[in-house]
Write a protein that binds this ligand. Structure first.
Ligand SMILES: [Zn+2]
Length: 172
């Protein structure tokens, strides 16, 4: 079994984040629409970089044939063929739908980038919560998806650990 490590904030931090009355001016006009269109959990995860509790999401134990789209913008991000049982409580994939893997995900320099910077998922350095991790966001709409770790199965050796709340399953 894999060692699971999703780096979820401690419970108190989640409560503070949820109760925090966000009033910053970085929110754009569509923010109110998003609050109406998404569930509170989908909004917290995708727009506030939240993490759903393990084994609570819709897709951690879901293995139907199909595609997983961004819950915010609808872009196809992952394929069911790349999904594997990680026993971590979150949907886990070995690669994005377009099979483009960034150098950052592989722990390499930008010059080794296999994605050409155009993958449907974008990787960002995340130094929050006292850890150094690689955050994964939707390139099109910048919704937070999850993190990518280097303890996945071959051939990529990667585990894209993604929140169910960031995804919408599209049956094939
Ligand atoms: Zn998106």
């Amino acid at each position: 079994m894999l060692i699971c490590f999703a780096g979820a904030p401690k419970r108190g931090m989640i409560v503070r984040l949820m109760n925090h009355d966000r009033n910053d001016d970085s929110n754009n006009d569509s923010n109110g629409d998003l609050r109406k269109r998404l569930t509170p959990e989908q909004y917290r995860v995708t727009q506030e970089a939240g993490t759903e509790r393990a084994f609570t999401g819709e897709y951690w134990n879901h293995f139907e044939d199909g595609q997983y789209a961004c819950v915010v913008c609808g872009e196809i991000l992952f394929e069911s063929g790349a999904k594997f049982e990680s026993h971590c409580g979150w949907p886990s994939f070995t690669e994005p739908a377009d099979r483009r893997i960034s150098a950052m995900a592989l722990g390499k320099r930008a010059s080794d980038d296999l994605s050409g910077g155009n993958s449907k998922v974008e990787d960002r350095l995340d130094e929050s919560h006292g850890m150094i991790r690689v955050e994964v966001v939707c390139r099109k709409c910048k919704a937070h998806l999850g993190h990518v770790f280097d303890d996945g199965p071959p051939p990529s050796g990667l585990r894209y650990c993604i929140n169910s709340a960031s995804l919408r399953f599209v049956p094939r």
